[in-house]
Design a protein around this ligand. Structure first.
Ligand code: BV8
Ligand code: ZN
Length: 248
């Protein structure tokens, strides 16, 4: 892949890089993106209608089962070359921050270290009342499993629509975006806030914006370098071109 020389020059001297990822980075692992997440009996539901406190209040078992279905899907997949290329990029840059909207835990499984899970992690479960975490729970029960401490309903440790993001992670994500020299937006449609605002925060602080996505997004007109393709193909080639070739 011929990278613009200007981008190679910028990346080789960049000491602070922030990367924002979305569902697209896990697509080549066999996980559906959020927009085409639903299949089978779930096609009748819009994801944002299930991923909300109101939906859980209305029909907790339905929401629990949806997350159990997604959790099973995640257990059957592995990180792809895009995840691993970001692990390599992190090794080359002192100031590297990986900000993800994904709740699938694949970045961590690939070996990424400095990860900010803005929307939580589906593999963690906590009590909807006391907030206590629990390691084990039954998925095959008639009703939603209950908290061993307070009998509250258990729920996935993810951020639902209308819920605020974890304060620390959000503050660190905003700071990394405002101080980076290069900001990558990878595999995200850039719709959901406040995550979608991070790229603009980076740009307003003079960062170079790079987007990797087979499709255009609302951010595309504002980026300096847009790669219209799959992250699992483009990221390994980019990391190789910038950091492997230049280091030999
Ligand atoms: C909040 C966890 C308020 C759960 C998720 C301002 C304006 C308008 C609306 C709002 C606003 N501020 C807040 C809102 C409301 C809302 C929002 O943004 N709504 C949207 C729909 C407009 N935001 C919230 O509710 C947030 N909370 O604001 O609280 C508040 C404030 C103060 C105090 C109290 C409360 C919470 C948002 C988080 C919700 N939780 N996930 C779960 O997973 O079940 S969001 C979820 O959807 C994901 O985490 C992700 O963020 C989003 C999906 O987006 P993507 O990941 O980008 O996936 P998508 O499928 O859309 O796109 C995939 C892309 O990949 C595509 O572009 C495709 O082309 C590309 N692609 C495909 N294959 C590949 C690829 N790219 C590369 N390689 C490939 N191979
Ligand atoms: Zn509890």
């Amino acid at each position: 892949m011929d990278l613009p020389f200007e981008l190679i020059r910028i990346l080789t001297k960049a000491n602070r890089i922030a990367v924002l990822t979305g569902a697209g980075v896990s697509q080549e692992s066999g996980l559906r993106t959020f927009r085409d997440a639903q299949s089978g009996l779930w096609t009748q539901y819009k994801p944002e209608d299930l991923a909300s406190p109101d939906a859980f209040a209305r029909d907790p078992k339905l929401v629990w089962d949806w997350y159990a279905w997604r959790r099973e899907a995640i257990k059957c997949v592995r990180p792809n070359a895009g995840h691993y290329a970001l692990v390599e990029m992190e090794k080359k840059i002192d100031g590297f921050t990986l900000i993800t909207q994904n709740v699938d835990g694949l970045h961590r499984m690939a070996g990424s270290k400095n990860i900010l899970e803005l929307h939580g992690n589906i593999l963690r479960v906590r009590c909807s009342e006391c907030g206590g975490f629990t390691e084990s729970w039954g998925d095959d029960t008639e009703s939603v499993p209950l908290c061993g401490k307070c009998n509250g309903k258990l729920r996935p440790d993810v951020v639902w629509f209308g819920e605020s993001l974890p304060r620390e992670e959000l503050e660190m994500a905003v700071n990394a975006s405002r101080t980076c020299r290069v900001f990558f937006s990878i595999g995200t449609s850039g719709i959901v806030q406040p995550a979608a605002a991070l790229a603009h925060a980076a740009r307003n602080n003079g960062a170079v914006l790079v987007e990797i996505n087979p499709e255009t997004t609302p951010l595309t007109p504002k980026v300096d370098f847009a790669f219209h393709g799959k992250s699992g193909e483009i990221l390994p080639a980019l990391v190789n071109e910038v950091w492997q070739k230049t280091s030999t």
